[in-house]
Structures are given as structure tokens and as C-alpha cells.
Design a protein around this ligand. Structure first.
Ligand code: ME8
Length: 516
């Protein structure tokens, strides 16, 4: 059985509407999954919603709603956003799904039986927004060390998971698998954190304080800590303890893509949970950076969120996808502003890609009745065209995608084909060639090469800008689903001589025209 490429986003809290930050992770995963499909792999892309815990209970209460009724209203807003952003996930998991709850309870019962969970009295400090316990020593100036907000004194009986028992095993695992946590600087951060002894993890909350959660098996007084419940979605969504055949085809996950805010949970809690369960480690935990507004992280609690739906309506979903994928290298923080997005729209999408299509289609109309010319690729001069050009391009772009660097892949596509083709037009000056009948062959070859470049660009861009690429391919009367399994699949000519293309409306209309 061939292994499916299995990738995950975090499951998002449903205490409010999704924003640009959530869109970022989902767009990245969508781009990776489209790419892996294109190279012929089976892909399973899971996303979903994290519906239990204090944050959600509080948000529901504030609106005077029952938590389940409240989350049932929010979940469709996430699904709708994924629809308009072209996010093609394979499975949407909700932690309120009964299958998921069953898996969580079974795992807890097994771990307790194994002796990795114990019951104890807890005295210490609790940060409600972070849902984290802290000892006196861990507090910073008496405040939560993670978010600097106030903490409450707590004394209660809870269940604890023995993180400490596995600390050394985890350190060894990370050291033996240098690509388990990426980027490298995040791996070092985790190893730095692991230099201090780990406290065992409190994995329940007394019902006196929180009722909105999965019941702890065997206790009427406790619900499961939201993170323990949430992390298990990666297994339950893949069929763990539910559908063995499905699980074996999916696990281990190839990629857990998360924001750096939840690295500790994914690079410490999660691997230790898996070790305790005796389940194989995922291949990679990749932590990306934050989108900020000015200096502040964009977040619901800071109240500085940007609604992706508004941006999509104004600029199109591909523009938001392009901006987020291209603006920062995966791992680093980025600054979001609509001005910057509008600038990239004009300079990269409208002036470079949109304009290239427009110039090509207009010249084809004018000089060839809109038909792809009959050209023998063997006879086209090497200064204009050679097949190895595409083989090299594919090698570089696919290599960058396999190495999780979509920004470098886009930069290569833009400089090597899009900007290059615009320069080729300037160099060849087809309008001058058209005036001289003895140059007719060169004119046709130039237009044919431009058509090829555009077709190859559109295929390469399918994972990144699915809407615009499909538009270009349809206008060239080519299929919109491609399988590139070997370099030759990409280096061969794509356009079909004699095809009458469709010029169509501008791909990326000028912003002043859009507004009018
Ligand atoms: O943490 N920049 O859910 P959450 C970039 N339910 N990415 C951002 C971002 C920003 N400003 N803001 C949010 C949770 N994100 C848990 C996860 S997983 C088992 C449980 C993205 O709704 C980023 O992926 O707070 C971040 O890790 C995630 O949304 C947090 O979403």
C-alpha cells in the first residue's frame, strides 16, 4: 500500500471568526497538498475546529448561548472562508464529533492503565486565557510567563500525565532526527526549553470550573484539558482506533504545520503523548511565523484582526494567497497591511503576470488570428527555446516545494519565466517583426514560445494561484489538472498548434478600474 502524504493544520478555536493568521496556515497546507497531488501522490489534508475549553465556553456564555449551539454557528463561517479561498481539504474534524470523543477517552483510559496518568492535588497558579498552570517559580513578575496577564491561585484535584518520564527520550529523539522540528532555530528553542525539567501535565479540569469538554473516563467530576483533546485530532481524524486500514495508509503524518505560538504543544506534549501511546512520530513539525499589524501579532484577543473575506472580495482569493505565500519565508514573521498587498497586486500580478497574458493574447490576435502558430520546436533557435530550460525550472521549483519553501519557488517562477518572457517581448519586438514578411517565421516562433512559457507558468502556479492558473489554461484550451511525475512530463511542449485562444478579460484588472 503506498503511503499517502498526510498534512494537518492546527484545529482552530471557534471563539470567533477566522482571520488572516488562520487563512495563512490553511493556504500554505492547501498549496502543499495541491503540489503533492500534482506530483502524483495521494494526499490527505485535514483541518477542523477545536471546540472545547474555557475560551469557547466563555464566548458562548457572553452571547447567552449554549456552547454547542454557539460552535454550530461558527463552524460554517470557517468552512465558508475555506471555500472562497479555494482550500481543498479532505477531512474537516470537529472535536465535538462522537468518534473523536471516543478516541480521546480510550487513549486516556489506556494511559491511565499503563501508569502514565495519575491523580493528584494541585497547588499553584492558573492563567485562564492560556489555560496553563504555572508554579510560583515559573511566573514572571507574578504574571503568566507566556502572555503576561494576571494569574489565579488554584488548589484542586486533577489527573496528570507523566511528561517528565519521557523527557530524556524526547531530547534524544530530537537530536537523532534533526529534521523533526523546523526551522532549525525553533528546534533549538525546543531543545533549550527541554534543558529545564518538565512538569507533568495537568490534563483535566474540575467540572466546578469547566463543563464544556470531553468527560474524563471514570470520573464524573472532571473534563479533559482542551489541548490533550485537541492534539489527538491528528490521530482520530486519520482513523486511529476507528479504521485500521485508513490509519495505516495515513500515519505517520508527513507535516504538522503550526504557528510558532503553539510549538511547545506540538514539539513537546504531542511527541510525548505519542511515545506513551507507542505510536510512531510524525515526520515533521514546522512552525511558521506570525502575521503582525505593526509590531503586534494579529489575534482575536488583541482585536486587530483582518477579515480575509473582505480582502478576497476586493482583490480576489489568488491575490491573498500570493501575498501570504510570497511575502515571507516560511518560519519568519511578516507585517500585514492592505497597502502592501495592493502594491504586490499591482506590481507582481497585474503588471507582470496579467500584462504578459494580455500582451501575448493581443499579439496573437493581431498577427495570427488568435491561433497558436504551427511551429516545429526543433527548429526554434536556442536563444528562444530549449527543452532543458523547463526541465531545470521544474527541478528547482519542485525541489523548493519539497523543502517547504514556497516563497523561493514563487520567486523563481516570476524571475525565470514571467519577467523573462516580458523581457523577451522587448527583445524580439514582435511589432517590428510583423512589418517585415521575411521575419514571419521568427515572429511565429516568438509567439509560440510565449504561449509555451505562459502554459508552463500556469501549470507551475496551479498549487499557488489555482483560480488564475486555471483561467490561463482554459484560455489556452488546455486541461486544468496536471500530473507531473518526471521532468519530461514538464519539459515537453504544452500548447497545441492551431488552437484558437480566448483573450478574455484582464486577469488582474487595474485597481482603479476595479473600483469603478
Ligand atoms: O491555538 N499569524 O487555535 P487558534 C500567523 N486550537 N498565524 C496565525 C496567527 C497570526 N497572527 N494567528 C493565528 C489554537 N494563526 C488551538 C490549536 S491544534 C491541535 C490546536 C494560526 O485558533 C497559526 O496556525 O488560536 C496558529 O498556530 C493558529 O492559527 C492558532 O489558532
Amino acid at each position: 500500500m503506498t503511503k499517502t502524504y498526510y498534512l494537518t493544520t492546527p484545529i482552530y478555536y471557534v471563539n470567533g471568526k477566522p482571520h488572516i493568521g488562520h487563512a495563512y496556515t490553511s493556504i500554505l497546507c492547501d498549496t502543499f497538498s495541491r503540489f503533492h497531488r500534482m506530483i502524483g501522490e495521494k494526499v490527505f489534508y485535514i483541518t477542523g475546529t477545536d471546540e472545547h475549553g474555557i475560551k469557547v465556553q466563555k464566548a458562548a456564555l457572553e452571547q447567552g448561548k449554549d456552547p454547542k449551539a454557539f460552535v454550530d454557528e461558527i463552524v460554517p463561517q470557517f468552512k465558508e472562508l475555506w471555500r472562497i479561498l479555494g482550500i481543498q481539504y479532505d477531512y474537516f474534524i470537529r472535536t465535538t464529533d462522537s468518534d473523536h470523543k471516543k478516541v480521546v477517552q480510550k487513549v486516556l483510559a489506556d494511559l491511565e492503565k499503563k501508569g502514565d496518568i495519575y491523580k493528584a492535588k494541585y497547588h499553584g497558579w492558573y492563567c485562564t486565557p492560556c489555560e496553563s498552570f504555572w508554579t510560583e517559580l515559573q511566573l514572571k513578575d507574578g504574571k503568566c510567563p507566556d502572555c503576561s496577564r494576571g494569574v489565579d491561585r488554584l488548589e484542586e484535584e486533577n489527573y496528570f500525565f507523566k511528561l517528565s518520564k519521557y523527557q530524556n527520550d524526547l531530547i534524544q529523539y530530537i537530536q537523532k532526527h534533526p529534521d523533526f522540528i523546523r526551522p532549525d532555530y525553533r528546534k533549538n528553542e525546543v531543545l533549550g526549553f527541554l534543558k529545564e525539567p518538565l512538569e507533568d501535565l495537568c490534563i483535566t479540569r474540575p467540572k466546578a470550573r469547566l463543563t464544556w469538554g470531553i468527560e474524563y473516563p471514570g470520573s464524573k467530576d472532571h473534563v479533559v484539558y482542551v489541548w490533550f483533546d485537541a492534539l489527538l485530532n491528528y490521530l482520530s481524524g486519520a482513523g486511529y482506533l476507528l479504521d485500521d486500514k485508513k490509519f495505516r495508509s495515513l500515519w505517520p503524518a508527513d507535516l504538522h504545520l503550526v504557528g510558532k505560538d503553539i510549538l511547545r504543544q506540538h514539539a513537546i506534549f504531542w511527541p510525548i503523548m505519542l511515545m506513551a501511546m507507542g505510536v510512531e512520530m510524525p515526520k515533521l513539525v514546522f512552525a511558521h511565523g506570525w502575521w503582525k499589524i505593526g509590531e503586534a501579532k494579529m489575534s482575536k484577543s488583541a482585536g486587530n484582526v483582518v477579515d480575509p473575506a473582505g480582502i478576497v472580495q476586493k482583490y480576489g482569493s489568488d491575490t491573498l494567497r500570493y501575498f501570504l505565500l510570497n511575502e515571507v519565508t516560511l518560519g519568519l514573521d511578516g507585517t500585514y497591511s492592505e497597502d502592501l498587498l495592493a502594491e504586490r497586486y499591482s506590481s507582481d500580478l497585474a503588471d507582470k503576470l496579467g500584462n504578459l497574458w494580455h500582451r501575448f493574447a493581443s499579439m496573437l490576435e493581431k498577427y495570427c488570428e488568435g491561433k497558436i502558430p504551427q511551429v516545429d520546436p526543433q527548429k526554434v533557435g536556442p536563444d528562444l527555446y530549449h527543452e532543458e530550460f523547463y526541465a531545470g525550472l521544474w527541478h528547482r521549483v519542485s525541489g523548493r516545494m519539497l523543502d517547504y519553501d514556497p516563497r523561493a519557488a514563487l520567486a523563481d517562477i516570476w524571475s525565470s519565466v514571467i519577467v523573462f518572457s516580458n523581457q523577451l517581448i522587448e527583445k524580439q519586438q514582435p511589432w517590428k517583426l510583423a512589418k517585415d514578411p521575411s521575419k514571419r517565421d521568427i515572429l511565429l516562433q516568438t509567439l509560440w514560445v510565449l504561449g509555451e512559457h505562459l502554459a508552463h507558468t500556469a501549470v507551475l502556479l496551479l498549487p499557488f494561484l489555482p483560480e488564475s492558473s486555471a483561467k490561463i489554461l482554459k484560455r489556452l484550451k488546455l486541461k486544468t489538472e496536471w500530473m507531473i511525475q518526471k521532468p519530461e512530463d514538464f519539459s515537453k511542449p504544452f500548447v497545441v498548434s492551431g488552437t484558437v485562444i480566448e483573450k478574455g478579460e484582464p486577469l488582474f484588472p487595474r485597481l482603479d478600474e476595479k473600483a469603478s
